[in-house]
Design a protein around this ligand. Structure first.
Ligand SMILES: [Mn+2]
Length: 372
């Protein structure tokens, strides 16, 4: 990809000698300097791609990136782990003219930054399936192009927007499966390929990125290959990582670790990590949800506490959350709690995340115990 652009970069270098190197953030992170070598400090490149996709690093995000690459191979893509990380990427990018923010539940801070960019002439699109973004989609004159609804994966929402070709529907279906969502794409793909095949492909892609959760280069490569119309199992890089995760028994080991640490009270399973987060071999909340369900819980909560701030992931598990109307809508609950006590949060009926003051953790848990 980088080589494919090299002639453009060189042409730009002659015009604009003070520009920064920026390709998917890789050069920056690797510390490669534009001034390396014996040349005087004049030669540098700039990233002249105009469209920037910012999405998550999970299956929903990787598939979303593939759908966008299928339409525009020259796209710039950043993978992030949270809305606040997305905000950092948005702030640093003063070049792009068009932004697609996909699968990232909004916060007031993100909206404000995006609106500022829109005022300066950038086109901003929010494609999402989180509850707080869906609510925001109803706001008139926000200055942003918002397509958001719950129930489908963010990738399916993105595909609705992009309207790409036939092969991309089964990719969206894979994202639906991993996200416990449904869409017309899933129904169609299931009729065409069968549930077993789709579920297997979904698992392969889901395991593969967990092999090394920090590796965004892998995500770029995987998304580009999937954009060519391959199944996950047909991409060597994806399949190799999947097999390695299987052979190392990581899923089973993650389950064991959760079993040894989960604290259950009133059908709520709580898993706490302190400053040094115990590795769950990449499986995090997925392993937590599985064990909590075994233990008869209705809600599972993972808490990562620092001194002043804690981040929480909440998952609805079991029969109640498999149905349409659980007693406690986690996305709405977290949204209301953080509106009252800070800091930020939101999500879906059965899956939500929040950043709160550490002193408010007991209060939040108390409310969950009462409401479940
Ligand atoms: Mn998602």
């Amino acid at each position: 990809m980088f080589l494919g652009h090299s002639s453009d970069f060189l042409a730009d270098a002659r015009k604009d000698t003070h520009a920064q190197i920026k390709v998917d953030g890789m050069q920056e992170r690797n510390g490669i300097s534009a001034q390396a070598g014996n040349e005087p400090a004049q030669l540098s490149w700039k990233d002249d791609r105009r469209t920037h996709l910012i999405t998550r690093g999970n299956v929903d995000g990787i598939v979303s990136a593939a759908l966008f690459y299928a339409r525009d191979p020259g796209l710039r893509v950043s993978f992030v782990t949270s809305t606040s990380a997305a905000l950092d990427v948005v702030r640093r990018d003063i070049q792009s003219k068009e932004f697609f923010i996909v699968d990232l539940g909004i916060t007031p801070e993100l909206v404000k930054n995006l609106q500022d960019k829109a005022k300066l002439g950038a086109k901003i699109h929010l494609l999402d399936h989180h509850q707080q973004t869906e609510a925001f989609a109803l706001v008139q004159n926000s200055g942003l192009d918002v397509h958001a609804y719950q129930g489908a994966s963010a990738a399916s929402v993105a595909l609705d927007y992009l309207k790409v070709n036939h092969g991309s529907e089964r990719l969206a279906a894979i994202a639906d499966i991993v996200e416990y969502c449904q869409s017309p794409y899933l129904a169609k793909a299931e009729a065409e390929y069968g549930w077993e095949r789709l579920r297997e492909e979904a698992r392969i892609l889901d395991y593969s990125w967990r092999f090394m959760v920090d590796d965004d280069r892998f995500r770029q490569v995987a998304a580009r290959k999937l954009a060519e119309g391959l199944w996950p199992s047909e991409v060597g890089e994806i399949h190799r990582r999947y097999l390695q995760v299987v052979n190392e028994g990581r899923w089973e080991r993650a389950l064991e670790k959760v079993r040894s640490r989960l604290v259950v009270k009133d059908r709520v399973g709580v898993l706490r990590f302190g400053r040094y987060r115990t590795s769950l071999f990449g499986f995090g909340t997925r392993a937590l949800a599985k064990v909590a369900e075994e233990e008869g819980c209705s809600v599972a909560v993972m808490i990562n506490s620092r001194k002043k701030r804690s981040s929480l992931s909440l998952r609805g598990v079991g029969a109640e959350y498999a149905g349409k109307r659980p007693r406690l809508n986690l996305g709405e609950f977290v949204n209301q709690f953080t509106a009252e006590y800070g800091l930020s949060g939101g999500g879906h009926p059965s899956s939500a995340g929040a950043k709160i003051h550490t002193r408010d953790v007991p209060r939040l848990l108390q409310e969950v115990y009462c409401l479940v």
